[in-house]
Ligand binder design. Sequence first.
Ligand code: NDP
Length: 563
Amino acid sequence: MKEWIPDRPVSSGAAAYHDAVVDAPYYIQALEALAERAVPFMKKGQTVVDFGAGTGVSGLQLLKKLKSQLNLWLVDNSAAWLGKAHDVFKDEKHVNCMLLNKHGDIYDTLAQTTGKNKLDHVVSGNTVHLIDDLQGTFKGIYEALKEGGNFFIESGNIIMDDLPEGALLIDGTVQRVHDNCMSIIKSDPKFAEYKKDLLEKEKEQEHQRKFVFPDPRPLSHYHEALQKAGFTCGESAYHLFKVKYDEWLAFLRVQRLQAGILPEIGGHHPTEQQAKDRDEIITRAAQELFKDLEQNNALADSETFTIVGVYIDAKKEQKELKGKTALVTGASKGIGREIALELARSGANIVLNYNSNAQKAQQTVEDIEPLGVKCLAVQANISSRKETQKMANQVQESFEKIDILVNNAGIIRDRTFEKMSDEEWHEVIQTNLTGSYNATKAMLPLMNQGGSIMFISSIVGIYGNVGQANYAASKAGLIGFAKSLAKEQGKRQIRVNTIAPGFIDSDLTRTIPDEVKKKIEEAIPLKHTGLPEDVAHAALFLASEKSSYITGEIINVNGGLTL
Ligand code: NDP
């Protein structure tokens, strides 16, 4: 990342803004609260960007709260403002500036500026409400962050539900000052000369005014843009800050800022008289507002009013299976589909095996592909050694190796033992037990060192069940199979584990009559049946490094039914 060095003296506008806010308690408190949220996540030596660093006031608050040394990059799209920040931090060895370059009307994204996957955290105070293309900007931030990186946002111009009555958005007060200014110009003969064409001018200047003090957007708008950019949003919060009337008036009276509050008089280059009149009108308008607040606002008193700062935390989730490939048998629907989705969400490429349901398999592929991983659907009846070997050849062609094998496909053919036919016995054993043998036999040679193999057994494989001798035998067989394989494959660092689900909602259990289901639910300590997602979460654990010292184990996913 290359440091930006200013090529001109600090602009007077940026210096004026800096001076207006650098000691203003409400401004500092809002940024301190942002730093307090972010700093606990920051570790020594990490790289952090202050996005929309402006004149460096937010950077100062961050440095004050930091407990260890890290590299802080101040990023802004305005050379004038960043020039002031550069001046403020010129003696800080670990703080550098970086400018977002502009091409035509469009600024470079953060990732285009810093490079992808470079940053540990991004912090942004008092900036996001000024951004039009939120999704594009957030995407650039997402790409610039490393996996597991955080994005902490603060803004005083976001609409949040359920705020206490009387809490104001700071930009909203500027709008009210502007409206009061217009009434003063219209009614006071002293300012008659500005009355001419006032409405046209107001319309003409609206864009400039809203550029500096934009209309607020709801919190949901930001959440949506963050999620579309790839972020996971955490809890949002707000803080209330007291603003003294005289402090706020001092801000409103900064001459360079008055062009944003009342551009209708003099715009950016007022004459001396216009500047004087504009200052008088804004001062009177602000005093009118303060009087109104004092009398009518629940959170205002004779010296202060209350503003709100909204805080949003977002995360670029760590994709712990990135670069890995997983094969899940029987993944067209039910538990297998959910396992495939969960592994894909964590970054694994997926080979999705199915037998008869091409349409559902295709639907699962379509749900997985937008997650940004490769997904290959392969039809193969796992009870056939030949078909599973053909599947392995296809996998080798597309992915060469695999890292995770989930033996999930299974069927039931329930009947009490005396009535059970030979076909019913053999079909279940051939699919559930021999099928898992076939898939493992074909795929094991393609497994990378450090791989993970799972068998989806069942509570029935441990405890047995009336009408399920064939199924129980197949599922108990898987447990012995897994433990033996775990002992054999340990030397290759391949772990082999079993998941034993209890009662999980899927097509397999949908035919169970409601009254039987109700009885089962009563017997389950957690008082409800499980979802395919519950099994998928256990599968993700066994697939990931988090279980790297676990092999030959059985994980029960049954709501406590076996207690
Ligand atoms: P579903 O019936 O919803 O799904 C079964 C899946 O297995 C389908 O994708 C099906 O593919 C596939 N399949 C079946 N036979 C074959 C075969 N010969 N070759 C390849 N694929 C095959 O069942 P669940 O999702 O509920 O069950 C998944 C696993 O979890 C099973 O092993 C089951 O025994 C086990 N389990 C389930 C429990 C539950 O309560 N649901 C409890 C305990 C264990 P297709 O549709 O394309 O034929």
